[in-house]
Design a binder for this molecule. Structure first.
Ligand SMILES: [Zn+2]
Length: 135
């Protein structure tokens, strides 16, 4: 779990060198979301997307919904905001995440006591404003 968490949010760049010191290969950091992607995701999600969690975007990490190691792209359609706690313990807590046409959806864990329907997250300030204007 720790390794998966670090692999999702950390920065590791592999540099391979020969015994004499010549650099022969430099890995890319493409699995890390860049600042433009972070801003866009922060605008879309607003804060940690787990219902009831109020950690603001600036304190959140970007989580690959489909793990990068399993072929998940570092793209806004595959990244969501999670606070450190929910990112680190997502597997243990049981919330399920998926993307539906670029919009994150969550499913409550069985212990939550609610129905297990997939729901679009409601933390987006843009989405909340639109909902407010409709009423
Ligand atoms: Zn959270």
């Amino acid at each position: 779990g720790v390794a998966r968490h670090l692999a999702c949010s950390g920065v590791i760049q592999r540099v391979t060198s020969r015994p004499g010191g010549r650099i022969v290969a430099i890995g890319t950091e493409e699995r890390v979301f860049n600042r433009h992607q972070r801003r866009a995701i922060a605008l879309r999600d607003g804060r940690c997307i787990i219902p009831g969690c109020g950690v603001p975007a600036g304190w959140c990490e970007i989580h690959h919904v489909t793990e990068h190691a399993r072929g998940g792209p570092t793209h806004t359609d595959n990244g969501v905001l999670l606070c450190w706690y929910h990112h680190r313990f997502l597997d243990r807590i049981g919330w399920q995440l998926r993307m539906n046409a670029g919009v994150p959806e969550v499913q409550a864990p069985p212990w939550h006591g609610t129905d297990r329907r997939w729901r679009a997250v409601t933390t987006s300030p843009v989405r909340l404003k639109k909902r407010l204007l409709r009423t």
